[in-house]
Every structure is written in structure tokens, then in C-alpha cells.
Design a binder for this molecule. Structure first.
Ligand SMILES: Nc1nc2c(c(=O)[nH]1)N[C@H]1C(S)=C(S)[C@@H](COP(=O)(O)O)O[C@H]1N2
Ligand SMILES: [Mo]
Length: 328
């Protein structure tokens, strides 16, 4: 292994990969060598490339389009802390299809978003396949400032643009036996090989799930934009879920399918590590992750993570008044 000196703005390996520790690096290196690309493996493992990608080379929001004047929902016009700078949020991401560290924004540009379709099927009266124009026409877009909390204890505040999931529920009309919803992210092993994530060894595609009641909650949101612009690919273009009272992994990106089901669906993280990533996954300062405390969180900031603002974690990420009734 090479020895390297960490630059001040980098984040230690331990800080950034708690969700990724299960991915077996040794096996990964072997699989790369098997593919005849062993020579480039070192630059793909993340150790070396992380710094390069977070450095100020290139614009991580290039290619996004302004959404113009979007009405801001007055109920979600501010929170108890300042908005995370756009550039920082766009350079610090989890999107494991494209790699196992936070610096995947460049790799994620390979996501093909043309002619996007979202299929809604299963136990609904009106199954539909929406393209982006259909979504725009049917569901008026609004802006909401939400707290966001990753299970890894980093957090941010961002202005999403999109529409409440409830509007889609009303459009497709779930049948009475529909109890759960599964959301599926885009996946094509040719486009998103993910360094080290041998396609067969992980439960791709990325899926997440909610109960119907959770999906109908005021807060549950489909985001098609962020910071007044269309979503950059690394944030889950062109449409992703946002469920701000739950840990970030519940918010599947780049959604292609929504299915209404009778039984609770298996989901990506819950299948991989059921004792660490539960299906419900509500933000809770009093329920530690088996490997770290959830009592505090660090707001994404400039520089190294140890210099970031630390705040106490809020029950349901501060959204108790909206969601506590779901869990009583
Ligand atoms: N398809 C897909 N969706 C995903 C993920 C992922 O790896 N793949 N990561 C999740 C996790 S762990 C987090 S914290 C958020 C991060 O969202 P952001 O990068 O836009 O901040 O996306 C979630 N949605
Ligand atoms: Mo996360």
C-alpha cells in the first residue's frame, strides 16, 4: 500500500465509509485484476481518488437548468440552521452505484437521464407510466427547505423542488389491499459498475420502501430539483425520494419504478445488513447504530469533517409534529 499525507480538507476513511464497510475490498481488488484492469485498481479504490474529486476541479452542478420562480411552501420555508452551500452538497454524496466514497459526483455523470420514465404498478386502480413532462403537467412543483440526516451522522439542509408523494397517490389510487410501496432506482451494470461492487454480490438495483401511510404523510416528497435547479445526477436526477424524518438511505435516487404491494418489500440496505439498517429507519438520537452513536450529527461544511458544525440529533430529525402519530 502507498503511504499518503492527508490534506486538510480531506475526510478520513473512517469518517466517510461507515455504510460501505461491508463491501469486501480484497475481493474487489481480485475482481478488478480478473477483468484485466489491475493496474488502475489503486486509483479506483477511493483512497487516492477521493481527494481529486472533491478538489475544485469542474463544476458539480454543470448541466442543471434553472427552474425559474418556484413557490416556496410556507410551512417549509426555514429550519433552525443555515442552508448548506450548494457546491458542498453537490460534492459530497452517497450513490453506491457509482462508487464507495463521497466523491462520486464525476462518476455519476454517466447516468443516462434522457427519455426518463417512471412506471407505477402493482395494487393500484390506475397503473401509469409517467415521463417527465407528465409529472410536470400533473404535479405542480414547489420548494421546501428540509433537514437531511444520513445514518452515517453527517447532515445538511437543502431546498428541494418537487411535489408531495400524496399527489401521486391520489392519481394512481392504491387498492385497499396495498399496504407498502417499493421504489426502485435506475440500474444498469454496464453504466454503473461501481468500483468493487461486483454486480452479483450486492442486491441491485437499489430499492427502498415505505408504508402507504408514510407515503401519504405531508412530508413525503418527490424531488425533481434542488437549489432552484434541476437535480444534478449525483443527487439522483431526474427524480428521487425525500423522506426527511428518516435516515438518508431511505431516499432512493433516480427512481424508475414504484410498486404498490401487500407485503413489506425487501430493500437494498435491509437485505445487506438487516441489524444495522432497519426498514423503518426513523432518525432517533436515542437509538445508537450498532457501530456509532446517533446522538449528534455534523453539518456538511468546508474543510475537514472534524471542523464541521456539530449539532444534537433531533427525534424524527425535528419533524415529530408531522410524523409521531404514525408510530404511536
Ligand atoms: N440509488 C441510490 N439511492 C441512494 C443512495 C445510493 O447509494 N443509491 N444512497 C442513499 C444515502 S445512504 C444517502 S445519505 C442519500 C444521499 O443523498 P445526496 O447524495 O443527494 O446527499 O442518498 C440515498 N439514496
Ligand atoms: Mo446515508
Amino acid at each position: 500500500m502507498f503511504v499518503r499525507i492527508r490534506k486538510s480538507w480531506e475526510i478520513s476513511e473512517r469518517d466517510v465509509t461507515p455504510e460501505a464497510v461491508f463491501f469486501n475490498r480484497r475481493r474487489f481488488m481480485k475482481s478488478l485484476i480478473g477483468l484485466g484492469i489491475g493496474a488502475t485498481a489503486a486509483s479506483l479504490t477511493g483512497c487516492q481518488s477521493r481527494g481529486d474529486a472533491t478538489e475544485a476541479t469542474g463544476d458539480p452542478t454543470a448541466g442543471t437548468v434553472s427552474l425559474g420562480d418556484i413557490p416556496r411552501n410556507p410551512d417549509f420555508a426555514e429550519v433552525d440552521r443555515s442552508i448548506t452551500p450548494r457546491d458542498l452538497a453537490a460534492r459530497y454524496n452517497n450513490f453506491y452505484e457509482f462508487g464507495g466514497n463521497k466523491s462520486i459526483w464525476q462518476a455519476a455523470q454517466a447516468l443516462p437521464t434522457d427519455d426518463w420514465k417512471v412506471e407505477v404498478s402493482g395494487l393500484v386502480k390506475n397503473p401509469r407510466t409517467y415521463d417527465l413532462e407528465d409529472l410536470q403537467r400533473r404535479f405542480p412543483i414547489e420548494e421546501r427547505i428540509y433537514r437531511f440526516r444520513c445514518v452515517e451522522a453527517w447532515a445538511m439542509v437543502v431546498p428541494w423542488a418537487g411535489f408531495p408523494m400524496r399527489l401521486l397517490l391520489e392519481d394512481v389510487e392504491p387498492q385497499s389491499n396495498a399496504k407498502f410501496v417499493r421504489f426502485t432506482s435506475y440500474y444498469d451494470a454496464k453504466v454503473t459498475p461501481g468500483p468493487g461492487w461486483r454486480p452479483n454480490s450486492l442486491p441491485w438495483p437499489y430499492t427502498e420502501g415505505l408504508t402507504i401511510e408514510e407515503m401519504a404523510n405531508d412530508l413525503a416528497f418527490f424531488a425533481t430539483g434542488i437549489y432552484g435547479h434541476t437535480l444534478p445526477k449525483q443527487h439522483g436526477a431526474p427524480i428521487r425520494m425525500v423522506v426527511p424524518w428518516k435516515y438518508g438511505f431511505k431516499g432512493a435516487k433516480s427512481i424508475v419504478k414504484i410498486e404498490f404491494l401487500e407485503e413489506q418489500p425487501a430493500t437494498f440496505w435491509n437485505t445487506l445488513v438487516p441489524n444495522e439498517y432497519g426498514f423503518e429507519a426513523n432518525v432517533n438520537p436515542n437509538k445508537p447504530h450498532p457501530r456509532w452513536s446517533q446522538a449528534q450529527e455534523r453539518m456538511i461544511g468546508p474543510g475537514a469533517s472534524f471542523s464541521w458544525e456539530v449539532r444534537p440529533t433531533l427525534l424524527y430529525n425535528g419533524y415529530e409534529e408531522y410524523v409521531a402519530n404514525l408510530y404511536s
